[in-house]
Design a protein around this ligand. Sequence first.
Ligand code: NAG
Ligand code: NAG
Ligand code: NAG
Ligand code: NAG
Length: 324
Amino acid sequence: MARGPGFALPSPPMPLLLLLLLAAVTGQAAAQDNCTCPTNKMTICSRDNPGGRCLCRALGSGFEVNCSTLTSKCLLLKARMKATQSGRKLVRPSEHALVDNDGLYDPDCDHEGRFKARQCNQTSVCWCVNSVGVRRTDKGDQSLRCDELVRTHHILIDLRHRPAARAFNHSDLDAELRRLFRERYRLLPRFVAAVHYEQPTIQIELQQSASQKAPGDVDIADAAYYFERDVKGESLFAGRSGLDVNVRGEPLQVERTLIYYLDEKPPQFSMKRLTSGLIAVIVVVVVALVIGVLVLVVTNRRRSGRYRKVEIKELGELRKEPSL
Ligand SMILES: *[C@@H]1O[C@H](CO)[C@@H](O)[C@H](O)[C@H]1NC(C)=O
Ligand SMILES: *[C@@H]1O[C@H](CO)[C@@H](O)[C@H](O)[C@H]1NC(C)=O
Ligand SMILES: *[C@@H]1O[C@H](CO)[C@@H](O)[C@H](O)[C@H]1NC(C)=O
Ligand SMILES: *[C@@H]1O[C@H](CO)[C@@H](O)[C@H](O)[C@H]1NC(C)=O
């Protein structure tokens, strides 16, 4: 039967050889052997296409995602809304529903998967958002205009860790967190501006202006969102459940997280008591274990550089019990 020396191999290795060849051709095959998306659980992947390539599409939008990098927050929120609608909320403890709904809406994403400047949540109520999808104006009707997507160029992540036997060593903690952002979230090191630590508070500052960000660079908005989901124990990475970070063998256990967003332009809320100050930061609070939702608007005091917290009117709105 053998037509040449190359074909004299016994039959079993043939498929193996083919597989190896295929693997060499597709390059990423090792990571996607069984066709899953390592960087985004909220996808449906298949080889059901002419090239037989493993192709992953985001839930909710059907957008094709690049599984070698992070998926944009806009697509992730959309996928999350889809998951919520399909009944997954039923398995969640009801007291967490409030937390999960903080700022949650079904966003409109542009052709690159980024937030559109104007969002209407599929209703006739619209508002303008920044590049992390957080509302930065009052709500209006469909005549509301949002001329541009204002960039969030500074994100302050404020964590409180659980009491540990002793404080972490600042330089070890700094190195570990920078490594986390570089390796897991694929954020270029220069965008992690600083890591501050005073037990039990850890602050991570991410900074990235439009001119510093090259095409293909991970956006700080997306890195912060992946981090937020890791902290909540809802990791988006395949095979991972939570943050899972150790500093010299000591696990970093986060018990509270606040995320402050600073936009390139001040937000435009028409609230009387806030108009006097320079309003620069919008805060979304992520609560890992503590129940309840706080939405704060923070003013950035020019000289002191300290953040002053001011509650905004939606607190009552958000406190409403979900009807589960
Ligand atoms: C995919 O492959 C990984 C490692 O090769 C394995 O751990 C995982 O169980 C596989 N998943 C499925 C759905 O087969
Ligand atoms: C968007 O709409 C959904 C469902 O209609 C609702 O549950 C959610 O609270 C809305 N979000 C905002 C920010 O208005
Ligand atoms: C923290 O660790 C570094 C080495 O990683 C060491 O040089 C430094 O002395 C340590 N600091 C304290 C306060 O232990
Ligand atoms: C996917 O992302 C990686 C990392 O940013 C990039 O090198 C690659 O070109 C992207 N692939 C596609 C098909 O866009």
